[in-house]
Design a protein around this ligand. Sequence first.
Ligand SMILES: [Zn+2]
Length: 303
Amino acid sequence: MNLRETTFGEFLKPSQIIFDLKSRDKLEAIEELLDSLVRLKLINNKNLTLTRIVDRENLESTALGHGLAVPHARVDTEGQIAVAVGRSAEGIDFDAPDGQPVRLIILVVWNPSLPGLFNHLFAGLASFLIKPENRFRLFNSRDKEELHAVLSEIRFSFPREDKIINRASLLKKLQDIEIRIRRAPKDRLEELQKHRNLIREELDQSLLARFDLLMDRYGYAVAEVVDGVCRSCNMSVSTQMASAIEESNDIYVCENCGKYLVAARKEKIAREKVEKARKEKPAAQAEKAVKAKEAGKKKPARK
Ligand SMILES: [Zn+2]
């Protein structure tokens, strides 16, 4: 495959970095970054872009954990891609999965003529940001130029190799929405379809083609992995794959039944355990009652 290697420096100039965001609020911070892109003439429709980004945030926070967030939207803009970076020393509440305030926001707007661009970009960002030493250098940059130099080390390959990256929770969400659409009342349909289209825009075509095929054939395409077992076929997945699924947000395919595998949400597992315990409790109580009754029979009847 013909790969073009480049770095983040191609898309990010120091002028696109706000070293000290004034905003202390998620929405305001996104607006502050968009305003800078308007000033730099890198986007021409602030309101539409803001709406798209907020719609996407409402669907699922783009905070990655570790103080990072990547709000993004696909919008018809002048150029192919517009990037802005904002740093907040105090941190901004972004509804992050780890609850940590966000100290670095990487905002990405890209043109619909390049549907897969964000996936390539995100892959490069993720592999850089996953390393604690890189995050340390980003958070401890003394000025805009130093921050720009560190960010410019991030490497990208376009088009990316055929690896499916970091889309597992979106794929699961897409399945949930597709299932809800099947039996949604008319007044809810429009909103659900809007959500569905937002997610589909972010997933690549080969992934969606297989997803649609599985949905058609089985009614679902994504299976959760609980305690190393695929919930679709009840077969164990390899230990190596199970821990990879648990630790990442990558998408894997069950070797046995062909479904996409995602890690089960921890709160869901906890809820199911409570549910199971509650179901077992009445049975235990009934057993106790029977025993008590039998014991009662043995007692001499009072007269
Ligand atoms: Zn399976």
